[in-house]
Ligand binder design. Structure first.
Ligand SMILES: Nc1ncnc2c1ncn2[C@@H]1O[C@H](COP(=O)(O)OP(=O)(O)OP(=O)(O)O)[C@@H](O)[C@H]1O
Ligand SMILES: [Mg+2]
Length: 388
């Protein structure tokens, strides 16, 4: 395993993993493990898909590792059980680091990798920077619509500008909750037209598990072209649509519910009850804080949408029209499309991992990895010297 590199993108919903170097290399993460562990009564940790009964715990919240023991047990399961590492023959690791990861957490991760996982080398980089690499760019504005947060940042020549970072404390998990809420009470403060028999169409299953609600959301969510189009659609639509979930159950959903769920990313205050800007406002604000007009223009003209929420049908179009309406007219706001040479349809969703795999190859060949000798000499702080 010595020269191989395992790339890990650790999000709050998924731990994505795959090979980047000197192994059958992957074009997309070969493993997507739920970032969750079962903790049994004796407080022993096990991966979420193990049969062990216990309480489900999620060790990462909004990009921060809250429980290092649980994270270690999950990483162990992914690297040894699923990726095939052998004890005493571990490979290198490339870590796709959430924005705003603090110095202490970087050092904790470095220590974990060298002292517990015995890696011969490791490297890490911001997920925002890596997401741009997936699109073949080193500068641009990244909007990562993740599970429990949206991270926005401008990146210049491979360096994230920290003053431009905007973190929204909501994400796709809030859309799942909203979906559940709509299923419980479809008429909640919204207008619906009676169907031909005079009854108000309503979604058919009042109680859905979190997994079922997430799957249903992914099947039906979409975004309207504009707020006006959204209002028109929800006031005029009255039909029911049937969706089949992965577990086989069929659920009927009012056709406007998918639009309502997608709209929540553009109206988080009125639909989710959460304060703060919407995703387009945050992006324009992030670019707008740059002092140099040419840089601002560069950012507006090179935006990338990544993360699980970026694949919602209609979202890029809506995002762009909202961003254009707020950005200066002289800036031709645009979204960078997925490069044609990347075959995986999931590149936007997995962009941080894909960029991590790209950087891992280059960094390993150019000897940028932190190696054991660096760690032995400087300890965990070696990470700050090597990974900027
Ligand atoms: N096709 C889809 N349509 C709508 N939502 C989707 C789709 N695919 C994934 N999602 C949602 O995206 C979320 C997961 O996104 P992502 O993979 O970016 O999370 P993460 O990287 O683990 O989280 P974070 O970056 O916030 O720590 C889930 O809530 C999931 O339901
Ligand atoms: Mg993520």
């Amino acid at each position: 395993m010595g020269e191989s590199v395992a790339v890990l993108d650790y999000g709050s919903r998924w731990l994505k993993a795959g090979w980047a170097y000197n192994f059958p290399t992957d074009e997309e993460p070969r493993i997507m493990a739920p970032t969750a562990v079962y903790v049994d009564k004796n407080n022993a940790n096990g991966p979420a898909d193990s049969a062990a009964a216990g309480e489900l715990q999620r060790p990462i919240r909004r990009g921060k590792i809250l429980d290092w023991d649980q994270f270690e047990s999950l990483a162990y399961y992914v690297l040894y059980e699923l990726m095939g590492w052998e004890l005493g023959n571990e490979g290198h690791v490339m870590l796709c680091e959430p924005l705003l990861t603090g110095r202490t957490d970087r050092e904790m991760m470095t220590q974990l990798m060298f002292e517990v996982f015995n890696v011969p080398g490791m490297f890490c980089q911001d997920q925002a920077v890596l997401s741009l690499y997936a699109f073949g760019r080193t500068s641009g504005l990244v909007v990562d619509i993740g599970h429990d947060k949206v991270d926005v940042a401008t990146v210049m020549d491979g360096l994230a500008n920290l003053t431009s970072v905007r973190r929204l404390e909501y994400g796709c998990a809030n859309l799942t909750q909203y979906m559940q809420q709509l299923m419980r009470d479809p008429s909640r403060g919204q207008q619906q037209q009676p169907s031909s028999d005079g009854s108000i169409p309503s979604s058919s299953s009042p109680q859905l598990t979190d997994e079922a609600a997430e799957a249903l959301k992914e099947l039906c969510v979409r975004c309207a072209d504009s707020e006006t189009a959204y209002k028109n659609s929800i006031s005029s639509s009255s039909s029911l649509e049937t969706f089949k979930l992965p577990d086989g159950q069929e659920i009927q959903v009012a056709s406007s519910d998918g639009l309502r769920v997608g709209e929540a990313l553009f109206q988080p205050t009125s639909l989710l009850g959460l304060r703060g800007p919407n995703i387009a406002e945050a992006a324009v604000d992030s670019a707008g804080c740059l002092l140099e007009p040419l840089l601002r223009k560069l950012m507006y003209e090179n935006m990338v949408l990544v993360g699980g929420g970026s694949v919602i049908p209609g979202l890029p179009q809506r995002f762009l029209s909202e961003a254009r309406s707020m950005a200066p007219a002289s800036a031709n706001a645009a979204i960078i499309p997925t490069p044609e040479y990347l075959p995986s349809p999931n590149v936007p969703r997995d962009a941080a991992w894909v960029g991590g795999a790209v950087l891992a190859k280059v960094a390993l060949i150019q000897n940028h990895f932190i190696v054991k000798a660096d760690y032995d000499e400087a300890g965990p702080s070696a990470v700050h010297r090597r990974c900027t």
